[in-house]
Write a protein that binds this ligand. Structure first.
Ligand SMILES: C[S@@+](CC[C@H](N)C(=O)[O-])C[C@H]1O[C@@H](n2cnc3c(N)ncnc32)[C@H](O)[C@@H]1O
Length: 265
């Protein structure tokens, strides 16, 4: 991937994402597009939780521009979990999802699976280069989504999880326990509320990343009770919450630095 060219692709992609309703900030969308384009692994881009297509549009735009195959977008479109967005008077987000993909010009680049992640996982057999988890945010569900698709991660693949920082305890706990706590993962970090890590099961250098994963895990672990309390803290707890939160990376993504970090030498 040519980094100078990627900036223009990313700007175009962001314009399309920005026109699509949903739950993804600009920094998060730009990171996701970078991860889709630059993950040094072959395989599918898999999204769990599409809703009206905001993240799908960014992923599909990049997939289209770089010939990465169709994005597999998994969602029953019924907002089945208590952590899902409200559908209002509608029974499904599917029609709006399709309309948004068409408007963004990416409908042809998306393989829509109108099903639960656990149903799709039953017949799954393809390697994955980017696994984007943004479905049911309950602890057991996030853990299950990672466990079901983890066996298919290609070496070098990226796992990115939404709402690790700042909203739900489920993704936060799963990221700390199952991603940062595992030597199968190498480089890892956060961008806004996204937690990400690179799958490097056989790379000996992965041990060198243990310290950085541990440091990130220490700060995030202290935020689990804060997330469980709905991010409402007072007095000394508020001070502690802010202290650990400030230790997390909060900058915008730098494509050159990030790509160098995940390059497999
Ligand atoms: C937070 S929304 C996704 C937001 C979307 N990624 C965006 O960029 O706006 C969560 C979605 O997960 C879906 N969902 C809930 N449980 C699921 C499951 N088990 N498998 C797949 N999708 C699921 C819901 O239907 C809902 O549309």
């Amino acid at each position: 991937m040519n980094l100078a060219g990627f900036r223009a692709v990313c700007d175009d992609g962001w314009r399309r994402v920005n026109d699509t309703p949903g739950f993804l900030s600009e920094r998060e969308a730009r990171f996701l597009m970078l991860a889709a384009a630059a993950a040094p692994a072959d395989g599918a881009i898999v999204e769990i939780g599409s809703f009206k297509g905001r993240s799908t549009v960014g992923l599909a735009y990049v997939a289209q521009r770089y010939g990465l195959g169709n994005v597999v977008a998994i969602d029953p479109h019924t907002s089945p979990s208590t952590t899902d967005p409200d559908l209002g008077s509608r029974r499904s987000s599917y029609d709006e999802f399709q309309e948004n993909l068409r408007r963004a010009g990416v409908a042809e680049a998306v393989d829509c699976r109108r099903a639960f992640s656990q149903e799709v996982a039953r017949d799954w057999s393809r390697p994955i280069r980017l696994l984007w988890i943004d479905g049911d945010h309950l602890y057991e569900a996030v853990k299950r989504d990672l466990a079901l698709f983890r066996p298919y991660l290609a070496p070098g693949a990226i796992v990115a999880m939404h709402d690790v920082v700042g909203t739900w305890p489920g993704p936060l706990r799963t990221f700390v326990e199952d991603v940062l706590g595992s030597d199968d993962f190498g480089p890892a970090g956060c961008f806004k509320s996204i937690g990400w890590a690179q799958y490097r099961p056989t790379n000996r250098r992965a041990r060198g990343f243990r310290w950085r994963r541990w440091r990130l895990a220490v700060a995030l672990r202290h935020l689990i009770p804060v997330a469980e309390a709905g991010w409402v803290t007072t007095g000394l707890d508020r001070w502690r919450h802010r202290f650990w939160w400030r230790l997390l990376p909060h900058g915008a993504v730098d494509p050159a630095r990030w790509t160098a970090q995940v390059a497999i030498k």
